[in-house]
Design a protein around this ligand. Structure first.
Ligand code: 3HC
Ligand code: NAI
Length: 707
């Protein structure tokens, strides 16, 4: 039998154990091993029933996702899991599936082919395939509604969200929760049921509902998808497949599911989402930082500045159980900051995210202060005061004097040089950038900015801390705007140029929301505050090359006090509920300004709008990659997916460019270069890779191999 599956016996109960670390994925060898075990059990008269269990930390977490890439690039497809599942289900001796950790995807499908399922209270089950752009491919859409009912199956297969053991018990997916040792409990359960007739899931039709009820469930689900998962193929297919379960015999339903599964698997959406899955895991791997490096314990923290960011960061730390001192310059600012934090927690409690007691406990972990008294002992300080080099240097000088040796000194700066900030201290190795995104307690992205001297221990600790804080940490280099904002500049620049060249404001935003962004670039500007970019542009105006075209409309809007949502108007006007509508006044102003500037006006297609904005991102991303400020193209993708609303099913800007093909992207960039001048100079890396017929993903691979 395959090394990945073991068959043992305890008296009359056979035990099939899967051992394919780390997550017991159904890699080649696992299904074969289970199949062989079932055959042996059938032929062993001493066996009355079997327990199927995962070794290590989990039951089966699903199909081996690495295999999908091989399948879509030519590896012949085997018989799949379906025959194995029929074999388990047809076993004359009942199979009891024992679940701990996660029974996800193919794992749940295997479990549902067993005759009974028992689980520990902490276990989770789910059909997360949609998150990979596919649907269950081993009868999950056919067996799950038979166990859990149609509505539950639709919910699970369209959202991909896991279900906890308790909920799984209530909905009929599992039969019993085992409070003690799982294997012992499963064996006891097996002994109880060994002699009883067991039903086959595929023959259980009592939960499949009636046509009228089901029609309502499917209609409601399709309506929700149209709103919440616009343009996504897999959730639609999941509904279609479950609908088939209610209308077709099991075997036909399985064939229908297979067809949809394959359609989805070969789609660009699925390839992109699988890229995202692996990129999210790759991002924490830093080539020159050893995996077993000693981390600095972070048991206490301090935040300086209780404004927009500092308040949010203090909440993030408190939410992770880390006590935090929050320092301001005066009582009024401190009171303001604390009141915002309190109201955020109250709102979370009202919405049921935390219990009132939990919200209170989190709030109490934040200790307001006007002094540095507590700073001598803390393990980590995060500075989030106004964006100004002189002020930040002054603060880091104080921290250098006050904080204990080894404390991590971090800045939340969005544009300033970490090296220059570190130069104010005698310990630049302890200084690092932790660039949170607004609102810090909501946004998942955390750019971790490595200075020239930042120590590997400090880097590893901050990468690890990002996980503790529920963030996705991406290590970036110290350049202006780091990775995310450096690319966002050209993206938003093009959006403004397009308006100045004659595109309407809603047309620019719509081209990008149609691409899949949650929000267009101009509406995003209004949300974040147009004044933020305006101030930065004023500060760096001296660095602009004379004669190179710069957008002007947004600066002029700011001069009129139109900062966006917070002032009731920016590119759009906003009502008291912050609902946007087009503002004819802005259209008239832009018309006047472009006439004064002599900017030629023309009709601009949605395709050009999307290409100009997206390829501006890609071209800058290519420079960042070549200059080494991002470790991998996929890290840039992760930044854009988690910090800027880039649609996950497009995989991120660099992956998207690879999908289009770099030759095509380059041709378009060259076209824009000709038409719009030097801001569109093709990045050397884009040119080189396109000429060599390579992709950004190839560049990442070469790089990590070299390190
Ligand atoms: N296939 C291949 N590799 C997998 C995998 C899978 N299904 N699930 C996890 N891994 C790998 C990860 O890439 C990672 O590898 P690395 O250490 O080399 O980076 C390692 O296992 C550990 O994974 P995590 O870091 O994610 O570990 P966690 O403990 O944080 O999470 C988990 C564990 C909850 C199981 C999470 O990994 C997960 O959600 N996995 C994906 C589950 C999934 O999507 N299953 C459905 C697959 S599709 C399917 O089954 C189709 C079927 O219908 C035919
Ligand atoms: P903010 O203006 O909302 O808050 C700054 C706070 O710092 C104010 O409350 C101020 O009183 C306080 N402060 C100033 N000097 C201080 C001192 N010496 N000691 C203690 N407190 C002091 O600013 P915001 O937006 O929170 O920005 C803070 C930092 O975060 C900046 O570096 C900014 O670039 C960065 N950032 C901002 C983002 C945003 O969207 N607002 C996003 C990411 C980073």
């Amino acid at each position: 039998m395959s090394d990945l599956v073991q068959l043992t016996k305890q008296n009359n109960i056979a035990i099939i154990t899967i051992n394919n670390p780390p997550v017991n994925a159904l890699s080649p060898g696992v299904p074969e091993g289970i199949s062989e075990a079932i055959d042996q059990i059938a032929n062993d008269p001493s066996v009355k029933a079997a327990v199927l269990i995962g070794g290590g930390r989990t039951f089966i977490a699903g199909a081996d996702i690495k295999e999908f890439g091989k399948m879509t690039t030519g590896k012949p497809r085997g018989a799949g899991l379906l025959p194995l599942l029929l074999k388990i289900e047809d076993s004359a001796k009942p199979v009891i599936v024992a679940i701990h950790g996660t029974a996800f995807g193919g794992g749940l499908e295997v479990a549902m082919s067993g005759h009974y399922r028992v689980a520990v209270a902490g276990a989770q089950v789910g059909q997360p395939e949609v998150k990979l752009g596919i649907i269950p491919g081993a009868a999950g859409t056919q067996r799950l509604p038979r166990l859990a009912g149609v509505a539950k199956a639709v919910e699970m297969c369209t959202t991909g969200n896991p279900v906890k053991a308790n909920d799984a018990l209530k909905s009929g997916i599992i039969d019993k929760i085992i409070d003690s040792d799982l294997l012992a409990g499963a064996i006891a359960f097996a002994n109880e049921v060994a002699a009883k007739p067991a039903s086959k899931t595929r023959e259980r039709n009592d939960k499949l509902g009636n046509a009228a009820e089901n029609a309502a469930v499917f209609a409601a689900a399709r309506e929700t998808l149209a709103k919440k998962q616009r343009g996504l193929k897999a959730p639609q297919a999941a509904i279609d497949a479950i609908e088939a379960a209610t209308k077709m015999p099991f075997e036909e339903g399985c064939q229908f599911e297979q067809k949809l599964f394959i359609d989805c698997l070969f789609s660009d959406q699925s390839k992109s989402l699988i890229h995202v899955f692996f990129s999210e895991r790759e991002v924490s791997k830093i080539p020159d930082v050893p995996k077993d490096i000693k981390l600095i314990p972070v048991n206490s923290a301090a935040v300086i500045g209780a404004g927009t960011m500092g308040g949010g960061i203090a909440m993030v730390l408190a939410n992770a159980g880390i006590p935090v001192s929050l320092k301001e310059t005066d009582q009024a600012a401190l009171d303001r900051g604390l009141a915002t934090i309190k109201s955020n927690y109250d709102n979370s409690a009202k919405r049921g995210r935390f219990t009132p007691a939990d919200a209170e406990a989190r709030f109490k972990r934040i200790k307001p202060t006007l002094s540095y008294d507590d700073f001598a002992d803390v393990d980590l300080v995060i500075e989030a005061v106004f964006e100004g080099m002189a002020l930040k240097k002054e603060i880091f000088k104080d921290l250098d004097r006050i904080c204990k040796p080894g404390a991590i000194l971090a800045s939340n700066t969005s544009t300033l040089s970490i090296d220059e900030i570190a130069s104010a201290t005698t310990r630049p190795e302890s200084v690092i950038g932790t660039h949170f995104f607004s609102p810090a307690n909501v946004m998942r992205l955390l750019e971790i900015v490595r200075g020239k001297a930042t120590s590997k221990e400090v880097i590893a600790t901050c990468m690890n801390l990002s996980k503790t804080l529920g963030k996705i940490g991406v290590l970036v280099g110290n350049c202006r705007g780091f990775v995310g904002n450096r690319m966002f500049g050209p993206y938003r620049r093009e959006a403004q140029f397009l308006v100045e060249e004659g595109a309407s404001i809603p047309a620019v935003d719509k081209a990008l929301t149609d691409f899949g962004f949650a929000m267009g670039p101009l509406a995003t500007g209004d949300l974040a505050g147009l004044d933020v970019g305006w101030r930065i542009r004023k500060e760096y105006r001296h660095l602009e090359k004379p004669g190179v075209r710069q957008p002007f409309a947004e600066d002029k809007l700011c001069e009129l006090g139109r900062f966006g949502q917070k002032t009731g108007g920016g590119w759009y006007k906003y009502d008291e509920n912050r609902k946007a509508s087009p503002d004819p006044e802005v259209d008239a102003l832009v018309k006047k300004w472009v006439a004064e500037a002599g900017t030629p006006q023309r009709q601009i297609s949605a395709e050009e709008i999307a290409d100009r904005c997206l390829y501006a991102l890609v071209n800058e991303g290519a420079r960042i990659l070549e200059e080494g400020f991002a470790l991998r193209a996929s890290d840039i993708d992760i930044i854009y997916l988690n910090g800027y609303g880039f649609p996950a099913h497009r995989g991120g800007p660099m992956w998207y460019a690879d999908t289009v093909g770099l030759k095509k992207v380059l041709a378009r960039v060259e076209e824009f270069h000709k038409a719009h001048g030097e801001l569109w100079e093709p990045a050397p890396l884009l040119k080189r890779l396109a000429d060599q017929g390579k992709s950004f993903a190839d560049f990442g691979k070469q790089e990590s191999a070299a390190r």
